[in-house]
Design a protein around this ligand. Structure first.
Ligand code: SAH
Length: 401
């Protein structure tokens, strides 16, 4: 196959389709970023999504990319080559991503972290023998059969569920839906993580059923809890941090604004034979104020809030929110108490997160030792050239007097 003649497959039909992009777009791809925006596209078919050959204006082949005709992100590069991107191609890439996770002994983890694994807009999470995947671009959706075949041959799961109900699919003109793609995936699956058992709901839970990105942080926190101490897990969801805390702590207070989430947390505690967790439905902001007023003290606190900064525009308010909960949590720490705090807002940079924590520490009047900076676990790889692959930042702090 010659340059510019890669084959784009769409719905079983094969055709040579090409997109021409600007020099700026070519330079961006050369620097390792796979996204090309609408404004950098000179010529495009404008019809159906699919896999396209991409060239510069002189016809020089740049690679092959997923094409989304209505999205601001028009192209997502898959390869610099001209090879056929078929089921075998997806299988090899997914198998390579799985091989990079060798040694993870937990039963649920991310196998493909989209751009972080060179597979833009594809998420593949493993829950024991089952797989929950997300196809997040129109280009990827158009080759769904090949992707599903690739997952099957690389991972040999008992079932594949597509959690294609993520809001960002709207930008791609795609429907929001949850569809079985192969076999059956149970409504509830039991996950084993660091020796803790918890239930995940692939079809209805947040993300693909659980917050897998915090897997390593939960282990880290579990290892830093004083035996017999008092712990607080705010924004607990199904209690996954609380369960890790409860193995060492004497008492754990687990808090969430959703009673439904807490109910699942209670079930998880029973599953682990843990009876030292109190589940409380409350707004974390109000509760922190109340606990501070009552001069309560905790030996370990976890703050894992939802993303306060959903867009760049509300960043200032979001930072104020993060600072408020962190400041109050710092004040609630017993001497030598540890605080694990994090932010999953992509728009809040690592540097801004660190500045916010420093400001909170300053105002808290406590001396906070930085034990560890963290991010998502290694199954959610961050690529320096592709900042969008990183969003979770965390810090483990200790109050030293
Ligand atoms: N720590 C969890 C994930 C937390 S997700 C884990 O590792 O699995 C964020 C949770 O915060 C959700 O369960 C949501 O219901 C809860 N939440 C959102 N706003 C809240 C608020 N103001 N007060 C308390 N909980 C809140």
């Amino acid at each position: 196959m010659t340059a510019g003649q890669a084959v784009g497959r769409s719905g079983g039909r094969t055709a040579v389709r090409t997109v021409v992009v600007s020099a700026k777009a070519a330079a961006r791809w050369a620097a390792g970023h796979p996204w090309i925006y609408r404004t950098d596209v000179y010529a495009e078919p404008r019809d159906e999504p699919g896999i396209m050959a991409v060239t510069d204006r002189r016809g020089r082949h740049l690679g092959q990319a997923l094409y989304s005709p209505t999205s601001e992100i028009r192209l997502r590069f898959l390869t610099r080559g001209t090879e056929s991107v078929d089921a075998g191609w997806w299988s090899a890439r997914i198998a390579a991503a799985a091989a990079r996770r060798a040694g993870i002994s937990d039963s649920a983890y991310r196998v493909v972290h989209a751009e972080g694994d060179g597979l833009p807009s594809l998420i593949v999470d493993r829950y024991g023998p089952w797989v929950v995947a997300q196809l997040l671009s129109a280009g990827l959706e158009s080759v769904r059969d090949d992707v599903v075949a690739g997952i099957r041959s690389a991972l040999d799961p008992e079932g594949i569920l597509l959690r294609n109900d993520a809001g960002i699919r709207r930008h791609e003109g795609l429907p929001l839906e949850v569809v079985p793609a192969y076999g059956t995936v149970p409504d509830v699956v039991e996950v084993m993580e660091n020796g803790i058992r918890y239930l995940a709901a692939p079809a209805t839970g947040q993300k693909t059923g659980a917050f897998l990105d915090q897997r390593e942080n939960r282990a880290l926190v579990g290892a830093h809890v004083a035996t017999g101490g008092r712990a607080l897990d705010l924004f607990t969801y199904h209690g996954s941090f609380a369960l890790h805390l409860a193995r060492s702590a004497g008492q754990v207070l687990a808090v969430d604004s959703s009673e439904e989430a807490l109910e699942r947390g209670r079930q998880n505690a029973t599953l682990n034979g843990l009876s030292n967790i109190a589940w409380r439905e409350a707004n974390a902001f109000d509760l922190l104020r109340e606990l501070e007023r009552q001069a309560e003290r905790f030996d370990a606190i976890v703050l894992d809030p939802p993303a306060f900064a959903k867009t760049k525009d509300n960043l200032t308010r979001a930072v104020a929110g993060y600072k408020e909960i962190n400041l109050r949590a710092m004040r609630l720490l017993a001497p030598n108490g540890v605080l694990f705090t994090c932010s999953c807002s992509y728009h809040l940079s690592r540097a801004a997160f660190a500045d916010m924590l420093a400001a909170a520490a300053h105002d808290s009047g406590r001396r906070l030792e930085l034990l560890r900076w963290t991010g998502a676990g290694r199954d959610h790889p961050e690529i320096l050239n592709v900042p969008e692959t990183g969003y979770l930042k965390g810090a483990l702090l200790r109050a030293v007097e």
